[in-house]
Write a protein that binds this ligand. Structure first.
Ligand SMILES: Nc1ncnc2c1ncn2[C@@H]1O[C@H](COP(=O)(O)OP(=O)(O)OP(=O)(O)O)[C@@H](O)[C@H]1O
Length: 457
């Protein structure tokens, strides 16, 4: 049987355009010119997809989106917005629309939106998405917050809205992003993750948008960027707050226009990519401080998700420990067990590096253990916590060696810097992202210092 699309618009010309395009795609259509008519169609014969205009004679499209989200959650709904009205698009996405399309309607974009929506409806029709046992189990944890986060991610998987994920380093932001991708209609297309803080500024534009042969020294052939690599799928911009302002403008344009211009090319290339982003910072504060563009903030932060730090959900420890040990020790019989004192010790630890740190602690403990049991000693948690370290450092300040600094202040300061960075690295089990956070510097700055101090070998 043909899938049906409900078209809600009071302009006959738009209804006709949509009807012709969708019929050519082999779909059946029904039209409604008002909210009332749309609601009665929905109740009598729920469609596979609904496309609605914003302004209708008896109300606005947002209320239709809300009704569908509440009463017909299996029906994806997309909003048709006036040209350039980003505000409406964002309101619609927040209200539960899975996507939007602006007027004048580009047929290519309409077709891609409809195909994505129908893939989603297919998956939803077959079974109740959230009832499948094991769904979302890649996000390990038994705490209430993780259960809520899992539900939220499964729900967001059914939308095309940009999602911003905030959380401390190593807390699982990328795991959440992958889950949103894996459970949505883009699951069979690529998931491309990029750490915005790790790309040198001068290469950033070409990395993201690609370049054409001869556009700069070394560009010996055309190279597609990460947007193109993620075509049809998801681009995950990790540490998005580290993007320089000039790149933020270009990213905003790419998201808004759904097109990118490779470096050195005169032409834009259309892209169909869902953008997810993350940062360990508070993005609103970055906007206030003038380091992040307000317009980009609204565009990527349509829906925000917070991943709490591990120390606020220690209930997750047993499940995480089990999964991590299973991974590092393999499936065989030789899997070590965590002794009670070790589990108790983990419950008192603050995990500045979150789940990634837990993985590193367990990997090291496994190597140190007798292979059968992991004891509290094997965990080596007795490294001082940041609070203690700061205080100790303060006490030591009385002991600054003035004499040693004479004649070589730079060398002396480098020694101090080397000691502090080495201690922080050790505390974070050599995780550079966590170390940078602990020291309150950017990942780039840490990398620069490691090179300068020859600590990166
Ligand atoms: N809830 C979880 N279940 C299973 N594994 C997890 C979970 N949270 C984090 N991890 C694991 O911890 C490590 C760090 O997670 P992830 O990369 O998602 O963190 P992040 O917040 O994106 O970190 P960063 O900000 O440093 O990029 C990964 O190996 C990931 O698989």
């Amino acid at each position: 049987m043909k899938q049906t699309v409900l078209i809600v618009d009071d302009e006959p010309a738009i209804r006709e355009l949509l009807d012709i395009t969708l019929s050519r795609m082999g779909l059946a259509t029904v039209s409604a010119a008002s909210l009332g008519e749309a609601e009665s169609h929905l109740r009598n014969n729920p469609p596979s997809l609904c496309l609605t205009d914003m302004r209708l004679p008896d109300g606005n499209g947002i209320s239709l989106v809300q009704t569908i989200a509440a009463d017909f959650p299996q029906v994806p709904v997309a909003m048709i917005t006036a040209h350039g009205s980003v505000e409406t698009a964002i309101t619609a996405l927040k209200a539960g629309a899975f996507d939007f399309i602006s007027k004048p309607i580009e047929l290519e974009r309409l077709r891609s939106l409809v195909s994505t929506a129908l893939r989603m409806a297919d998956a939803g029709d077959a079974v109740d998405q959230q009832a499948i046992p094991g769904r979302g189990q890649e996000l390990i944890g038994t705490s209430a917050v993780i259960a809520t986060l899992r539900q939220q991610a499964l729900k967001l998987a059914r939308s095309q809205a940009p999602v911003h994920i905030q959380g401390e380093s190593g807390s699982g932001k990328e795991v959440v992003a992958r889950m949103i991708h894996n459970h949505g209609p883009r699951a069979t297309a690529p998931f491309v993750a990029v750490n915005c803080g790790a790309i040198p500024h001068e290469l950033m534009e070409s990395e993201l948008f690609g370049h054409v042969k001869g556009s700069f020294t070394g560009a010996t052939r055309d190279k597609p960027g990460l947007f193109q690599a993620a075509e049809g799928g998801t681009l995950f911009l990790d540490e998005v707050a580290d993007l320089p302002l000039a790149m933020q403008v270009k990213l905003l344009r790419a998201i808004q226009e759904k097109a990118v211009r490779p470096v050195g090319s005169g032409e834009e290339v259309a892209t169909d990519v869902r953008v997810l982003s993350a940062t360990h910072r508070n993005l609103a504060q970055e906007v206030e401080a003038g380091r992040f563009r307000n317009d980009l903030y609204y565009r990527i932060n349509v829906i925000d998700v917070h991943v709490p730090p591990l120390r606020e959900r220690l209930d997750d420890l047993p499940a995480l420990v089990e999964r991590i040990i299973q991974r590092i020790a393999g499936e065989g019989d030789g899997r070590p067990r965590l002794q009670e004192d070790a589990m108790a010790a983990l419950h008192t630890y603050t995990f500045p590096g979150n789940v990634r740190e837990l993985e590193n602690i367990l990997e090291r403990a496994w190597a140190l253990s007798d292979g059968e049991h992991i004891s509290a000693d094997d965990l080596q948690l007795n490294v001082r916590t940041p609070a203690v370290r700061t205080k100790a450092a303060r006490d030591d300040s009385a002991g600054i060696d003035y004499e040693a600094a004479l004649g070589d202040l730079e060398g002396y300061l480098e020694d101090v810097e080397r000691q502090i960075i080495s201690a922080a690295l050790e505390q974070c089990r050599w995780n550079k992202t966590a170390t940078a956070k602990l020291l309150g510097i950017s990942f780039r700055s840490l990398r620069y210092r490691l090179q300068k101090l020859k600590l990166d070998e």
